[in-house]
Design a protein around this ligand. Structure first.
Ligand SMILES: *Cc1c(COP(=O)(O)O)cnc(C)c1O
Length: 377
């Protein structure tokens, strides 16, 4: 996953300190693979996964649309060259004045999951398209999104009915099956729920037109994951099963699957030590941890592949930790990480699959460590 371009960059530039290097060629391949896998769906890149201007500009030039969560992300997508009609304000939790700012910037597509939010949108962005997010259980996802977003399908019917009553365009339904979702059947269950909402509203004469199938497409960490093509086929059969010959417009919002495997973090071993002479687990401290961008190691949810110059030699289990003075800054302890016995202080470690959800999760200056530096090549 560290491409030759990334390795060459690191070898010639020798950046000091931890940094992320993203290879745009990989982002381009991912975009084209999504396009091939789901040729009838519009792609809205989830900007939060990695909002580097170079990535946004590349995707805008390839024809991507953008899923944003704030006015700042909307402005980033506009700056990258996307017109307002290619941007959705996909956060279901928005201040009314931010909705108004988005509307002033030309945004006309909004996510909601409650009557209260629909009323904000009708006041601040009159006449806009809205889609209602339904809850999913996140089963099968390595980074589930729990119950924070969405409402039950029966409530989505009420929300969209209200939207129509107060002059909005009741456009469709959305869901997110949970991030790093490797169960292809997750989309089938969610599309079944979406279909129920379509049907209930059609019976009242309200015709929805769009299903936003969210993100969740995985990237490869330590285990192989199905190819985009397999997701495409599973999703297409689920659409056929639930919607028959009347498949609505569809949107996908890949974040992790678009950029995760395009990035590698270079880090350095700061210390290797033990807590007692007879300990059989070594502690390996890196110059990057939970506060430096590896927040998704929370609960040891995401396990990144690590590459060292000693790979292939004998390994032993290690606790892996970051450099800050917070005891929460431990990456892998419940399930120790096997690392080469010959690993030494000062060695470089490449953390693969780190193109998504790293730079933006880095803290500003905890313990004086600067935010994760990124190079997009
Ligand atoms: C975060 C998010 C995504 C991207 O999810 P991935 O699992 O990274 O693909 C897509 N849609 C919405 C609404 C999101 O919040």
């Amino acid at each position: 996953m560290a491409t030759q371009r990334i390795l060459d960059f690191l070898a010639t530039r020798r950046p000091d300190g931890p940094c992320l290097v993203v290879d745009l060629d990989v982002v381009r391949e991912n975009y084209l693979a999504f396009e091939r896998a789901l040729p009838d769906s519009k792609i809205y890149y989830a900007v939060k996964a990695n909002p580097a201007p170079e990535i946004l500009r590349l995707l805008a030039s390839l024809g991507s649309s953008f899923d944003t969560a704030s006015v700042a992300e909307i402005e980033m997508a506009l700056d990258a060259g996307a017109s307002a009609d290619r941007i959705s304000y996909g956060n279901t939790i928005k201040k009314e004045r931010d909705i108004a700012r988005a509307y002033a910037l030309g945004i006309r597509l909004f996510a909601v999951d409650s009557i209260e939010e629909v009323e904000k949108v009708s006041r601040a962005a009159p006449g806009s398209k809205v889609f209602c997010r339904v809850l999913t259980d996140g089963a099968g996802a390595e980074w589930p999104l729990s119950r924070k977003f969405g409402c039950v399908p029966a409530m989505a019917v009420d929300v969209l009915r209200r939207a129509k009553q107060i002059g909005l365009d009741a456009y469709g339904v959305s869901f997110h099956v949970g991030s790093q979702q490797t169960d292809l059947a997750a989309w089938d269950r969610a599309l079944g729920d979406a279909r129920m909402v379509f049907k209930a509203l059609a019976d009242e004469g309200i015709v929805l037109r769009m299903v936003n199938m969210g993100g969740g497409f995985p990237t490869r960490y330590l285990r192989d994951v199905p190819e985009a093509q397999a997701y495409g086929q599973a999703i297409f059969s689920a659409l056929r099963k639930h919607f028959g010959n009347r498949i609505p417009e569809t949107i996908i919002e890949p974040g992790r699957g678009m950029v995760g495997n395009a990035g590698v973090i270079k880090s350095e071993v700061v210390l290797i030590s033990k807590k007692a002479d007879n300990d059989n687990v070594r502690w390996v401290y890196l110059d990057i941890g939970k506060f430096g961008g590896l927040a998704e190691t929370m609960d040891e949810a995401i396990r990144y592949p690590l590459v060292t110059r000693h790979d292939g030699s004998e390994t032993a289990p290690c606790v892996l930790a970051g450099p800050t003075c917070d005891s929460a800054d431990v990456l892998y302890e419940k399930t120790p990480y096997p690392l080469p016995v010959s690993l030494t202080i000062g060695d470089e470690i490449l953390i693969e699959g780190t193109g998504a959800y790293t730079t933006t999760y880095a803290s500003v200056a905890f313990n004086g460590f600067e935010p994760l530096r990124a190079y997009v090549i």
